[in-house]
Design a protein around this ligand. Structure first.
Ligand code: AGP
Length: 630
């Protein structure tokens, strides 16, 4: 939930750190701060301010230009409000050591009591300040070894943390540590970087190193060393970042969210690339290691995710059940953890996460694995924690998603689930994925070769169909402005249209700060229809021609219209629709693929509503891009 950056090298550290924080501001923007070293034994240069990064920048004076090493933090408040004193970094008593933190120290109260009893003075309400004092004491006790101090302190901490620390006695060294919270190393020439996310340093280097649980990293301008908490050296995994810096910039769009909406055709195409043929044959080499298990040892899929990723799971469930004939449940990760789930080795848990760092999803994954389940992750962020702790991963190739509101991640997650559903049907033959046919004796797939072929070609046709939807964006934005004073908007859908309605409602809530609710059409008469009054805006998602629920959805539209609702229908071009106030037309496609097209107008609707309401589209209030606390 916070952005963390560290730099040590020969450049002006303040420039690198502030630029990195700007690229990570989407992770949290309640306050920001920096701590730079300024030569051996010289006092640290520390500045921190509540509010957005600009507040900090205006407080930085020329002294900060002389440093070549330091750390920076942009905060999403957990313990203690967004004030100057609660902003990171936090200092040891002597002011010589500074630390920044992402995560939650669950045992900070007892640690703080112990430190207060030892005479330490506290100047903030944060959990992090206890770490600063512990590190200061450990540094003194072990004769000035910052890395050893970090290892000693981490052994005492419970909860999640990414920590970076600097000490004025050791000005070129930065020491970091992570548990359940992201930290990546950027490896440069004569300089090195540390950050929550590669976006912070991608313009300087594409060589990265991922860190595992309970590992400590020590960086100087010329060296990167990784150890475990006992000080034993560890070989960290290096990788090359495939994104380029431009991809992480806005590219001329007013907001990252609009850019990412328009990137969806390419994101879908990149996620499909090399994975499906016209015949419908799917190849997912990343699943080869579990192909046999999928064929014979799995009889239940359990999808665990949060927010928009959860909605992707709800949509994908229909394809898994329809095309692979396997039971599939979808559950909120934050709920799964706290019930006594009945899992066994024949259950495959599939986590879905754009960031790969969502704490609720990570903890649910661990819980499921502890119960013996195999784990597959669908993720958009290489080297992140959730894929690293899964048995296999299907990466969506959506590119960096910077806006807090998830758009292209959702569509590519659904595409990955569609590929997985087809793959599940194919491997059941124990073959290298020949197109499934219901006639195959041991095929789990319900699809004939021609049906698989039709779905394959529909999937490959989606990028251009999304392009067609994007051509209607201006009209959509115009229509949306007519609803800017609405106090509530209802979203109605059936079958795969129901999770689409849930996603439309979530987008509107998180962007326009409006009350919005998604309903299953069949549930309307069981209560929610009482909400309908004259002028209530209702967005209804019409199933395609030939759907067995088309007539029922048409009746739902009539029912709400008869009670005064102002109805906007999203329907494909082949479907006739009841007379409504506004029709949004999308290209026709297979019923299970329709959400890929019908959700795009819902994204644009929420985007425009946020704009007309003067909200911060890319960084909505109270939210952060990656929720790395429970
Ligand atoms: C969606 O627009 C939100 N940003 C949020 O619901 C998000 O989908 C959720 O926090 C899950 O994030 P993840 O995909 O990174 O795990």
């Amino acid at each position: 939930m916070c952005g963390i950056v560290g730099y040590t090298g020969d450049k002006k550290a303040i420039d690198i750190v502030v630029d990195g924080l700007r690229r990570l501001e989407y992770r949290g923007y309640d306050s920001a701060g920096v701590a730079l070293t300024n030569g051996e034994g010289k006092p640290l240069l520390v500045e921190k301010r509540a509010g957005k990064l600009g507040n900090l920048e205006s407080a930085l004076d020329s002294r900060f230009g002389s440093s070549h090493s330091g750390i920076g933090h942009t905060r999403w408040a957990t313990h203690g409000g967004p004030t100057d004193s609660n902003a990171h970094p936090h200092l040891s008593d002597d002011g010589k050591l500074a630390v920044i933190h992402n995560g939650i120290i669950e045992n900070y109260v007892e640690l703080k009591k112990e430190l207060l009893a030892k005479g330490h003075a506290f100047s903030s309400e944060t959990d992090t300040e206890s770490v600063a004092h512990l590190l200061g004491d450990a540094f003194k006790e072990n004769g000035g070894d910052l890395a050893e101090a970090m290892r000693m302190v981490c052994k005492r901490l419970r909860g999640s943390f990414t920590l970076l620390a600097v000490h004025s006695d050791d000005p070129k060294r930065i020491v970091g540590a992570r548990r359940n919270s992201p930290l990546v190393v950027g490896v440069g020439k004569g300089e090195n970087f540390l950050a929550s996310d590669v976006a912070a340093f991608i313009s300087s280097t594409k060589s990265a190193m991922e860190l595992g649980q309970d590992q400590v990293v020590i960086v100087t301008p010329s060296d990167v060393t990784v150890t475990d908490l006992d000080g034993k050296k560890v070989e960290a995994k290096s990788y090359e970042i495939t994104w380029d810096a431009a991809a992480a910039e806005r590219g001329g769009f007013q907001h990252f969210m609009l850019k990412e909406i328009f990137e969806q055709p390419k994101a879908i195409a990149d996620t499909l690339l090399g994975r499906i043929e016209e015949s419908g044959k799917v190849s997912l080499p990343e699943l080869e290691s579990m192909a046999d298990a999928l064929a014979t040892d799995v009889d239940r899929i359990l999808i665990l995710a949060c927010g928009t990723a959860f909605h992707a799971g709800l949509i994908g469930k229909y394809a898994i059940e329809a095309w692979a004939g396997i039971a599939c449940d979808v559950e909120l990760a934050s709920e799964f953890r706290y019930r006594r789930p009945v899992l066994d080795p024949r259950t495959l848990v599939v986590t879905i996460s754009q960031s790969g760092e969502t704490m609720d999803t990570l903890m649910a994954l661990r819980h499921a694995k502890s119960l013996g389940a195999k784990a597959l992750s669908i993720c958009n962020t290489h080297g992140s924690t959730i894929p690293r702790e899964s048995d296999a991963v299907i990466y969506t190739h959506g590119g960096p998603e910077i806006a807090v509101a998830s758009t292209k991640a959702l569509l590519t997650q659904v595409i990955a689930l569609h590929l997985f559903a087809l793959y599940l049907g194919q491997v059941s033959q124990g073959t290298s994925g020949k197109p499934s046919s219901a006639s195959s004796k041991n095929s789990r797939s319900t699809l004939s070769a021609s049906e698989a072929k039709k779905i394959g070609s529909e999937l490959l046709g989606l990028p251009s169909k999304v392009e067609q939807v994007l051509e209607t964006v201006e009209a959509l934005r115009e229509m949306t402005r007519g609803f800017k004073d609405a106090t509530s908007v209802l979203f109605l859908g059936r079958h795969v249209g129901f999770p689409s309605a849930l996603e439309g409602a979530l987008k509107l809530k998180e962007l326009a700060y409006m009350h919005a609710e998604g309903f299953a059409g069949g549930e309307l008469k069981h209560g929610p229809i009482a909400l309908i009054e004259n002028g209530t805006p209702v967005i209804a998602i019409m199933p395609p021609l030939g759907s067995e629920i088309r007539e029922k959805m048409a009746s739902n539209i009539q029912e709400v219209k008869a009670r005064g609702a102002h109805v906007i229908v999203i329907a494909d071009t082949a479907t006739d629709i009841p007379a409504t106030d506004f029709a949004i037309r999308v290209p026709a496609t297979d019923e299970l693929l329709q959400p890929i097209l019908s959700i795009v107008p819902l994204q644009v609707f929420a985007y425009e509503m946020a704009l007309v309401r003067g909200n911060d589209v890319d960084q909505p209030r109270n939210l952060a891009k990656s929720v790395t606390v429970e």
